[in-house]
Design a protein around this ligand. Structure first.
Ligand SMILES: [Zn+2]
Length: 158
C-alpha cells in the first residue's frame, strides 16, 4: 500500500551503516560505489542494519554501476533480509538519474528501498544521502512501472 503524501514512513539506518556507506563511497571515488542493504520492515519504518559493498564492474564506472555478478547472485540467494540497493553519485547530487529509473525494472520485489549517496566535503565519512521507497505500479497495459518516492532518512545514533 502506498503511503499517503505527507505521511511517508521514514527509512531508518544504523549509524554503522551510514559510516560504511560513506567509507565505500570515498574509497571507490572517483568511481561509483554500489552494494546492497539488509534489514527489515519494523514499526516506525524500514530499518537498514547492514551494508554489503560490492565491486562495480560497469565498463564506465565513473558514471554507471553494475554490481559484480557473483557477489550479486550470492547475496540474492543467501541474504533473506535483503531490502535495498545503494549506489553513489561521486560527481553529482544524490538524485536518481534516467539510467537509475531504467534500472529499477530489473530489481525484484525484495528490493524495497533505494539509497543514493554523494560525497560531502569537510564532514568525514558521513555522506550526503537520499532515500527512496521503490513503488511498483502497473501502466495501462498492465506492465510493471516502478517509481521512486522519497522518504525521510533517520540515522540511529549508537
Ligand atoms: Zn545513479
Amino acid at each position: 500500500m502506498a503511503a499517503l503524501q505527507g505521511n511517508v514512513q521514514p527509512i531508518r539506518l544504523k549509524y554503522s551503516v551510514q559510516q560504511a556507506l560513506g567509507k565505500h563511497l570515498l574509497s571507490s571515488y572517483p568511481h561509483e560505489a554500489c552494494g546492497v542493504l539488509l534489514g527489515a520492515a519494523a514499526a516506525g519504518g524500514m530499518l537498514i542494519d547492514t551494508y554489503v559493498p560490492m565491486r562495480n564492474v560497469a565498463p564506465d564506472p565513473l558514471h554507471t554501476f553494475t554490481p559484480h555478478p557473483e557477489e550479486w547472485i550470492h547475496v540474492l540467494y543467501n541474504e533473506p533480509t535483503l531490502i535495498g540497493l545503494f549506489h553513489s553519485h561521486p560527481h553529482s547530487e544524490p538524485i536518481p538519474s534516467v539510467a537509475d529509473y531504467k534500472g529499477l525494472a530489473a530489481l525484484g520485489p525484495e528490493f524495497k528501498v533505494y539509497l543514493i549517496g554523494s560525497p560531502r566535503t569537510g564532514d568525514g565519512c558521513s555522506p550526503f544521502l537520499n532515500g527512496f521507497y521503490i513503488e511498483r505500479y502497473s501502466n495501462e497495459q498492465g506492465r510493471p512501472f516502478p517509481e521512486l518516492s522519497q522518504a525521510p532518512l533517520h540515522v540511529l545514533l549508537k
